[in-house]
Design a protein around this ligand. Structure first.
Ligand code: NDP
Length: 581
């Protein structure tokens, strides 16, 4: 039954509550991203250790030359490498910190790990691998296995180097090659380097007073210690477990802990919005009838549906921009109030139910979908510790302290997320003239399509700022991978050695990014989170391209149509500076 239409005052009052919740939260934590630590060294280095790598074998340093070197072995690398292989490029090397490919799905093996994007859209190259996912939503192990299957199909293990972290990437002007140094003493040389090191790959901890004094066991969600918990969490049955954070990772983990641990304390600062997860096993009859090309067709349809979002539909017929905005906001509030009603229907204790209600616009934070998270709070062993926007600020030797109460724990899990889109990309990359990419970006990020940056020939960046953003990240990464493979192929086919974006092309793109950002102040009004840089002020160019995914894709095509206008293309001239065409 359609709900009765509410007067505008109803929406205005809810918006005021959103503002109050944001202000409360910001009042406690003014330092934005500085509240987190992602340099996990010294006492915190244990949080970065790879629990999934067996003993790392010794090997001699590598000093060879390959055509294409990819920093990172997750979906960015796999999707691009597949396209490079299809174009006959043999010398493709993945250099990866972990001991296998998989990226996000290598690291995030916590219990309950699964993807919130429908599997038939999320798992890439399904046609190419002749694979249909097992369920409507894929679990972590299936996705990790799919990554390995891609690497096998395209022979990407041949030259891959694991347990190896890149420490410096430097353009050697004399050789016109990239020199890539690693923590294993390698100095690998490559004609092309692709930064494929992920958008959310570097774990971060909330900087909490006393955290190193905690005497129990502790780890970050992306470094799950199954030795401690047991493969099926069976070792937790006499353990008291605390988890800090209630983002997408925690939402999947809490129901699993609830099934086994003696007691679970969930330390919440801001609740997530939790909607229904509509999962089912793949119908074999449907799968059998799929025709070649089905995944691409499906993804296009999904994109069209996303473009026709609830808010857009709601604002149809508006006669002014103000009316349009109001209609969109009201539709958004209606959705969030449905999320609230769902909590009231499921969570029995009213205080807990109220504490779990998110007071912000939909999409201010990453939305979550789970059927067992809210019911978990009805179990006698699960306790929500609502810090009401303050967060955990103190940890003693026994456990987190909040509101004068010390929560004594055996195990403390940090579900505090990841550094966003900076992951190693800007570490230590030196282009022409020894210019460090960090220095180039100090007055604002400058790229062409978020992929190329002038003065860094034959370097490609994936999943970074100034690229489009898509809830289905693999769709976005595939378009970038396709574009990069096309560019490399173009250079090879035309007898060139390097391509480097022109200043003019870069300026055009920076202009596009600026033009499409900040059309509304929605993001500024949002409660802090990684979507809005934790409430920090941000330069208009230092973010994603918001002109739409389809337009982003079309812009890639436009750039490639005019290669000679958008890039300096040069042949290799050993021992001399490069000829700019
Ligand atoms: P997030 O960054 O989304 O969440 C971090 C959580 O830690 C937030 O709830 C944050 O609260 C909380 N927090 C930080 N400091 C404190 C503190 N001092 N006290 C209490 N709480 C604190 O990280 P996640 O690992 O959950 O997710 C990261 C991203 O990874 C997701 O957004 C998603 O894109 C991806 N992901 C996807 C999954 C999927 O497809 N299903 C599953 C898991 C992750 P606050 O909100 O107040 O800042």
């Amino acid at each position: 039954m359609p709900r009765p239409k509410q007067p505008q005052q109803y929406y205005d009052d809810i918006k005021a509550k959103f503002r109050d919740a944001r202000n409360l939260r910001l009042g406690y934590r003014p330092p934005g991203t500085d509240q987190f630590i992602s340099e996990l060294s010294g006492d915190l280095s244990k949080y970065a250790v790879d629990p999934y790598a067996a003993d790392v074998p010794d090997r001699a340093p590598i000093t060879d030359e390959v055509e294409v070197l990819l920093i990172g072995g997750g979906f960015s690398a796999l999707l691009t490498s597949a396209r490079l292989r299809e174009r006959g490029i043999k010398g493709v090397r993945i250099v990866e910190r972990g001991s296998d490919v998989g990226g996000t799905w290598y690291w995030n093996r916590y219990p309950g790990a699964a993807c919130d994007v429908v599997s038939y859209d999320y798992l890439p190259l399904l046609d190419e691998l002749d694979y249909v996912p097992v369920n409507h939503y894929s679990r972590g192990p299936e996705i990790f296995g799919h990554c390995q299957a891609i690497a096998h199909k395209y022979n990407l293990y041949d030259l891959a180097v694991f347990n190896t972290t890149v420490t410096e990437t430097r353009w050697d002007e004399t050789e016109a090659l990239w020199h890539v140094k690693t923590d294993r003493g390698d100095v690998m040389r490559a004609q092309f380097v692709i930064c494929a090191n992920g958008t959310l790959a570097k774990p971060k901890l909330s900087a909490i007073s006393g955290m190193t004094a905690f005497s129990g066991h502790a780890f970050h969600t992306s470094r799950w210690d199954y030795q401690y918990t047991g493969q099926n969490l069976e070792h937790l049955k006499d353990k008291v477990v605390g988890i800090i954070g209630t983002g997408a990772s925690a939402v999947q983990i809490v129901p699993e802990l609830a099934k086994t641990a003696k007691a679970v304390y969930v330390f919440q600062r801001t609740p997530s919005s939790i909607d229904v997860r509509d999962d089912w096993p793949t119908d074999p009859n449907w799968a059998r009838k799929l025709e070649p090309g089905w995944q691409n067709k499906r993804r296009s349809k999904v994109l069209a549906a996303v473009e026709n979002s609830l808010e857009k539909r709601a604002s149809k017929g508006a006669t002014s921009p103000e009316e349009k905005l109001k209609k969109q906001e009201n539709a958004n509030i209606d959705y969030m109030m449905r999320i609230h009603r769902r909590i009231d229907e499921i969570v029995e204790d009213q205080t807990t139910a109220d504490a779990l209600k998110p007071w912000y616009m939909f999409m201010c934070k990453r939305p979550c979908f789970h059927n067992e998270y809210l019911p978990a709070f009805n179990l006698p062993n699960v306790h929500l510790i609502d810090t009401k926007g303050q967060g955990v600020t103190e940890i003693s030797a026994k456990g987190p302290v909040f509101d004068g109460h010390e929560y004594e724990l055996d195990l403390l899990i940090y579900a505090t997320g990841f550094e966003v889109q900076q992951t190693g990309i800007y570490n230590d990359i030196k282009g022409q003239g020894g210019v460090n990419l960090q220095d180039k970006y100090k007055d604002g990020i400058r790229t062409l399509l978020g992929i190329h940056t002038a003065g860094f020939p034959n370097l490609f960046i994936m999943g970074g700022y100034q690229a489009s953003f898509q809830f289905n990240l693999t769709d976005m990464l595939q378009t970038q991978g396709d574009h990069i493979a096309e560019c490399i192929d173009y250079v090879r086919r035309n007898g060139h050695h390097t391509l480097d974006a022109t200043d003019a092309a870069e300026a055009w793109w920076v202009g596009q990014v600026i033009e499409h950002r900040g059309k509304t102040n929605r993001s500024e009004e949002c409660t802090p989170g990684y979507y809005n840089f934790e409430g920090n002020e941000q330069r208009r160019q230092d973010g994603n391209y918001n002109g739409g995914f389809r337009q982003y894709f079309e812009c890639q095509g436009q750039v490639r149509e005019k290669m000679t206008e958008n890039f300096h293309l040069a042949s290799r001239k050993p021992s001399s500076s490069l000829d700019k065409a």
